[in-house]
Design a protein around this ligand. Structure first.
Ligand code: HEM
Length: 231
């Protein structure tokens, strides 16, 4: 199911993003894009597989960016490939081709990553068969609650890593500039001080949920209006 979902999401991402792709190409690109989120912290062969896939994807998208700039490819207006390729800065200059390609990949890759949640959704139904019946008869509000609980419950990215920019102290802990820190996404979403019975799968906890967004961080930390890096 995961492989199928990756391919479907790749097709969707490319169509929505204005990126031409067809036939066998979809399978290959879906795999390359998936390697980027399947091996971000891997060591050894998996790490090299990730670097190789990144190179191949960037090479492909740099080619597309140049075709758009030369007028040989015209993706629909408003699509990521077109807008990013043709964007000019205040001096009237295009983005560097590699920067433009990385921006386009930053749109395609995470859409393909949604395949992981599609799988977790199916897994939740398999783990908790009573959910199947509920979903079959559910109102849209229940779907929303169910999806939020899937995001909270399963470990998509268990943690996010960052380096401390400036010395600071937080709750008595001292963070020195340059220190590698890990933000525990899974642990926060399962923290018993923040969630009642966090190890129980219970979509109803999201009925009227209006707690701090910093308690619920499957897509990373930061103020989601300003400093959050994930769309
Ligand atoms: C499938 C669900 C998703 C999950 C679990 C997820 C999770 C994350 C996480 C944990 C980060 C790192 C945040 C940090 O370092 O502070 C991130 C970054 C990011 N996400 Fe998502 N994300 C998802 C979907 C998406 C989608 C659909 C988009 C856009 C179409 C997107 C765009 C981005 C971008 C552009 C970044 C920043 C990348 C960078 O700075 O290199 N994400 N995401």
């Amino acid at each position: 199911m995961y492989d199928e979902a990756k391919e479907i999401m790749c097709r969707i991402a490319c169509e929505w993003g204005g990126v031409p792709i067809k036939g066998e190409g979809v399978k290959e690109r879906a795999e390359q894009l998936a390697v980027l989120f399947e091996s971000p912290t891997a060591l050894g062969p998996q790490h090299w597989k990730g670097r190789h896939a990144r190179k191949q994807i960037e090479h492909w998208v740099v080619g597309l960016v140049n075709q758009v700039r030369e007028g040989n490819l015209t993706p629909p207006e408003g699509t990521a490939l077109r807008e990013i390729s043709l964007h000019k800065d205040l001096e009237g200059k295009y983005l560097e081709e590699k920067v433009a390609a990385v921006e386009v990949v930053n749109i395609l890759r995470p859409i393909v990553a949604i395949a992981i949640y599609i799988n977790f959704t199916a897994l939740a139904i398999q783990h908790y068969p009573d959910q199947k019946e509920k979903l079959e008869r559910a109102e849209p509000k229940y779907f929303q609650m169910f999806v939020q609980e899937v995001r909270r419950f399963y470990p998509f990215f268990p943690m996010a890593a960052a380096k401390v920019r400036k010395d600071f102290t937080w709750e008595g802990y001292s963070f020195k500039e340059g220190t590698l820190t890990l933000l525990d996404l899974y642990g926060t979403n399962h923290n018993t001080e923040l969630w009642d019975n966090p190890d129980i799968f219970n979509p109803y906890r999201f009925s009227g949920w209006n707690k701090s967004p910093f308690d619920f961080i499957p897509q990373g930390g930061g103020d989601y209006m300003m400093g959050h890096r994930c769309a």
